[in-house]
Design a protein around this ligand. Structure first.
Ligand code: ZN
Length: 493
């Protein structure tokens, strides 16, 4: 059974923008069974794609130069130059056009056109080929009564500044920009936080604090930069410490570091309550509370786009959870749970990532508890289906998943002061289909009366969310260093 994703918007009501080096077009989409589909002929206009008529198997071949893609009506499979690949939803043939899931377009058109193809769900843009995307990086400089917020752009972009009662918005009228925000919170009382709201106008929001008094904006052309000077109440006397000035920029603004979208999955929900503490606390409730806090932290402090698989008390099957992450093309998937065992003394946090085999007996027990009783063995070992799943989903991300799990466990262990139970591997079904680094976090033992009480306190929920945030932030920094090194001189192919 497929449950429609509860959050956030049903996206299919608005078109997607197709961006190439020379053109920009709007292409309509439709919703079918919760999947957003687009006609691939509409997207590939101008690339000389030919489409054969449907054969007796319900298949058609798309050809561009030496490359070909075969689509099968009603099937979530495509053959790309002879290799079978999975799509997140079945292809449909209607009115002689082929409708495919929007998030599958890069997988299909990338090899077919022999070009980089990218889907940016936050801005709803499909990028075809080598398109120069301006980047905007934001830095803050704080002194006693002044905050400077500096927007450095990699090329001239039109900044638009508007002041509201409790926020200042800065919009950049471009189809697409890459954004980097300060990782550290602004703590001045003049500015509360800065985040990227995105949308059509690529809007940044500077939330004003209680000390805010006035703002001045100035723009410079070379290098392209917008500076907001926000002054606060209770300005100190003349001769106070000088405000640091941003250092001159020697290189273009740093491009986005590869973690733009995170999907958080609060475990269980609805009638499926998860574990129950001795005092009656339900796992489904505490993990939702922690997930919401983590979402706010990630949005405000790391400037990433965050979606929850569920933002209310609703039952979701495991495949739907990863399908949501895949549909949003998330860069990370984090499933949040609370542990439970018979022994009331068991305590602490554990972080898991996927493997075919549990790293130990206890890990296997947790895997069973969290509903993976039918692990990967469903398809006969070595069968085509299993290989495709393995090929398409978690396999290529195991190393990154392991790195993410380790960083999260480092930070969680540090705040929970519990015996570190460590990073483990287990065949969690909820992680199997994720096409991005994915971990499952057991934040504490709800079966332990002490930890049950902690879990239901908002202070502890904040502490846990803060630790998860730091773990993700550290992972992100290290990953950008790794990737920077790996791709040093060239960009993407
Ligand atoms: Zn659970």
């Amino acid at each position: 059974m497929l449950v429609a994703p509860p959050t956030p918007v049903e996206p299919a009501t608005s078109p997607v923008t197709v961006l190439t080096a020379t053109q920009r077009r709007e292409v309509p989409t439709i919703l079918r069974d919760g999947a957003e589909l687009v006609a691939i002929e509409d997207v590939a206009v101008g690339f000389g794609m030919t489409v054969s008529s449907k054969d007796s198997r319900g298949a058609a071949t798309l050809v561009v130069g030496p490359h070909e893609v075969v689509l099968y009506e009603g099937k979530s499979l495509a053959s790309i130059d002879g290799d079978l690949r999975l799509l997140s939803a079945p292809a449909q043939n209607e009115k002689n056009r082929w409708l495919v899931p929007v998030d599958g377009v890069p997988r299909l058109l990338g090899p077919l056109l022999d070009l980089p193809v990218d889907w940016r769900p936050a801005q709803r843009v499909l990028v075809l080929g080598h398109v120069s995307i301006p980047s905007v990086s934001v830095a803050t400089f704080t002194s006693a009564d002044l905050v400077r917020v500096v927007f450095d752009a990699s090329e001239g972009v039109p900044f638009r500044v508007e002041q509201g009662s409790d926020e200042i918005t800065v919009s950049v009228a471009r189809d697409l920009i890459d954004v980097s925000l300060p990782a550290e919170p602004v703590s001045s009382g003049i500015v509360e936080w800065i985040q990227f709201r995105g949308g059509r106008d690529n809007t940044f929001v500077v939330r004003l604090g209680p000390r805010f008094r006035e703002v001045r904006a100035r723009e410079q052309e070379s290098p392209p930069r917008l500076v907001l000077e926000l002054r606060g109440e209770a300005a100190s006397a003349e001769g106070g410490p000088p405000t640091p000035t941003p250092p001159p920029r020697s290189a273009p603004a740093r491009p986005a570091d590869g973690v733009r979208t995170v999907v958080i999955d609060p475990g269980h929900g609805g009638d499926e309550v998860g574990a129950r503490g001795p005092g009656g606390t339900l796992e489904k409730d505490v993990v939702l509370a922690i997930a919401r806090r983590l979402r706010d932290e990630l949005v405000n402090k790391l400037g990433v786009q965050v979606f929850l698989t569920r933002d209310r008390d609703v039952e979701l099957d495991l495949d739907t959870r990863t399908a949501i992450a895949n549909n949003y093309k998330a860069d990370l998937f984090i499933s949040i749970h609370a542990n439970s065992v018979r022994a009331p003394g068991a305590k602490g946090s554990e972080v898991y990532f996927l493997s075919y085999q549990a790293s130990d007996e206890a890990a296997h027990r947790v895997a069973l508890l969290e509903g993976i009783a039918e692990p990967l063995g469903r398809a006969a070992p070595g069968s085509a289906l299993e290989l495709i799943l393995w090929d398409m989903a978690q396999a290529e991300h195991l190393e990154e998943s392991s790195a993410l799990a380790t960083r999260i466990q480092d930070e969680l262990g540090a705040v929970t002061h519990s015996r570190i139970r460590g990073v483990k591997q287990a065949p969690f079904r909820v992680l199997v289909g994720a096409t991005m680094p994915a971990v499952l976090v057991e934040v504490a033992f709800i079966s332990n009366p002490e930890e049950e009480q902690l879990l239901s306190s908002t202070d502890y929920q904040k502490t846990v969310a803060g630790a998860l945030l730091r773990g993700i932030a550290r992972y992100r920094r290290e990953r950008s260093v790794r990737q920077g090194r790996a791709t040093a001189p060239a960009g993407r192919p």
